[in-house]
Write a protein that binds this ligand. Structure first.
Ligand code: FNR
Length: 384
């Protein structure tokens, strides 16, 4: 049995990632904003929901296929966008997208990713979403839309919970900076992990592949790439910009970071086809509610047609079953696949997806559900 095969659950893979990665890098994945209240709550909130099983229902076959962003998905899970992925493993986004394609799931590439969107699209024909921001330079956003269309991306996710970067104190304590710099403290931690290949640390320029063409001219200046990009987020944007993006893209578009039924309704009215209920995995506004607690109200606000994706805190396949019963179309994961990636590259991501899929199917079988379309509010109960 390989070490990956010995991992029983997401929690085991998290521990493997912690052993493999230098501490500052692990903390960058694992941490959240301020006191990490939302980070913890995202996960804990799932435990407040009980699953109410049906019995004596034929569960020899379980139907789990669905459609997200208008694309087929083997079961209702997708992979959220995460930036700087090359820091966690040299195979970076290609490993994650490869595992997603292998499992028949949608993959999302972050604007802050370390693989060019064209390269990713060329490597994988599977369904893919690009996570976009509205930059001060609207030309840059429009350019992304055109590049995504040309490369064959199927959907866009507009992240709206990041007008400024959240306060990640673990990163400051651990000495991690973007792009990564060697401080005495971080150097000691890196030296303790000689097995970790250090693609991000070898050059002075950390390559945010999708935007670097814009900032090459700045590379020699005093500003880091990350500062430059951060400075490009437009804090003045409103619903007009969502309408503009929806027109410009004219395809499946989810607003990522929506938390309330009002904003969900407004998203759809502004031309989006779905929402990702998300607090950015507890990395932005600490104190924001857990996504799972918002599903029921959001679904009621947007009706049946829109995609409602619960993003954050999913650590078990049973969490996905609960989210679906509350009204979600699907769930999306960030850290779980990053733990797998850090623990073992593409096979590590495959292991996470295999574990979650097995848990999902087992939970449905035990709950007497033979078709995910049959899941409804009567299958879930909040015990609080
Ligand atoms: C993220 N997330 C994120 N979201 C986004 O819209 N753009 C991005 O570039 C990133 N980058 C990023 C990096 C890392 C290391 C993490 C952990 C997360 C947020 C991500 O898409 C998703 O919302 C959360 O990860 C979901 O929560 P869980 O699954 O990590 O609990």
């Amino acid at each position: 049995m390989t070490p990956l095969e010995r991992a029983n659950n997401v929690s085991d893979l998290r521990l493997m990632a912690r052993r493999r990665l230098p501490r500052p890098i692990f903390d960058y994945i694992d941490g959240g904003a301020d006191d990490e209240v939302s980070l913890r709550r995202n996960v804990a909130a799932f435990a407040d929901y009980e699953l109410i099983p049906d019995v004596l229902n034929d569960v020899t076959e379980i139907r789990t296929e669905t459609s997200i962003f208008g694309q087929p998905s083997r079961w209702p899970l997708m992979l959220s966008p995460t930036g700087l992925t090359r820091m966690f493993h040299g195979q970076a986004e290609l490993a994650v997208a490869g595992a997603a394609a292998h499992h028949g799931l949608l993959y999302s590439l972050s604007t802050m990713g370390t693989t060019r969107l064209e390269d990713l699209a060329q490597a994988f024909a599977g369904p893919k979403v690009f996570q976009i921001y509205i930059f001060k330079d609207r030309g840059l956003t429009a350019e992304f839309v055109a590049r995504c269309r040309a490369a064959g991306f199927h959907g866009l996710a507009l992240t709206v919970d990041t007008p400024v970067a959240g306060n990640r104190e673990r990163d400051r304590v651990s000495g991690l900076s973007m792009p990564p710099k060697l401080t005495v403290r971080s150097l000691l931690s890196f030296l303790r992990h000689p097995g970790w290949s250090v693609p991000a640390m070898t050059g002075s320029k950390f390559d945010l592949a999708n935007v670097s063409h814009k900032v090459d001219a700045l590379a020699s200046g005093p500003m880091s790439l990350f500062d430059y990009i951060g400075g490009q987020f437009d804090r003045s944007i409103g619903w007009r910009e969502v309408e503009w993006l929806a027109r410009e893209w004219d395809g499946p578009l989810a607003i990522k970071g929506v938390m309330t039924p009002e904003d969900a309704h407004r998203s759809i009215a502004s031309g989006a086809t779905g929402v990702m209920i998300s607090n950015h995995g507890g990395r932005q506004l600490d104190g924001a509610p857990a996504p799972v607690d918002q599903i029921e109200a959001v679904r009621e606000a947007v009706g049946d047609a829109a995609d409602v994706i619960c993003d954050g805190g999913i650590r078990r396949g049973s969490d996905v079953v609960k989210a679906l019963a509350l009204g979600a179309t699907a769930c999306s994961i960030g850290r779980p696949y990053l733990y797998g990636l850090a623990a073992g590259g593409e096979p590590g991501v495959n292991r996470v997806l295999t574990i979650l899929r097995a848990e999902f199917n087992r939970t449905l079988t035990l709950a007497g559900i033979n078709d995910i379309a049959a899941l409804s509010l009567r299958h879930v109960h909040n015990r609080l």
